[in-house]
Write a protein that binds this ligand. Structure first.
Ligand SMILES: Cc1cc2nc3c(=O)[nH]c(=O)nc-3n(C[C@H](O)[C@H](O)[C@H](O)COP(=O)(O)OP(=O)(O)OC[C@H]3O[C@@H](n4cnc5c(N)ncnc54)[C@H](O)[C@@H]3O)c2cc1C
Length: 104
């Protein structure tokens, strides 16, 4: 994601990865559904970060649940929100999202 942000700003970042391809941990994470974020109001979302919430406030405000969802949807990944508010790709796995992300 950092490399993508740099590329959009006109830089040409190099991504170094010791495995044969990048992002493999996401595939592991996606095995159980790939929970992308939790769709809930900012105060409740922040509260989940406990004592670190104040320190992370700028980051959470800058890239909160709505931004995460819009990022995934921008990669053509339809999402759904479960009964607990957790948000998943409809595909319930990470490979389509990872493929689209790497292509970008
Ligand atoms: C079973 C499981 C389920 C999960 N489920 C979810 C979930 O549903 N939702 C969620 O948000 N998160 C989930 N996670 C957590 C998520 O996978 C991690 O938080 C995320 O992958 C961390 O990203 P990262 O880029 O910091 O590290 P990583 O994804 O671990 O990336 C680090 C990369 O650096 C590479 N590397 C290491 N050393 C070197 C080196 N010396 N030179 C070059 N490359 C190197 C590694 O090969 C790796 O690809 C899950 C994790 C697991 C294990």
């Amino acid at each position: 994601m950092a490399a993508g942000t740099l590329a959009e700003a006109g830089f040409a970042p190099v991504v170094a990865e010791r495995m044969p391809s990048v992002g493999r941990k996401l595939l592991m994470a996606g095995k159980s559904g790939l929970n992308l974020t939790k769709e809930e109001p900012a105060p409740a979302f922040r509260a989940a970060y406990g004592g670190a919430a104040a320190e992370l406030a700028t980051a959470l405000d800058g890239f909160g649940p709505a931004a995460v969802m819009s990022w995934a949807e921008g990669l053509e990944q339809p999402l759904f929100t479960g009964s607990t508010g957790r948000v998943f790709p409809e595909a319930m796995k990470a490979s389509p999202l990872l493929r689209a992300w790497l292509a970008r």
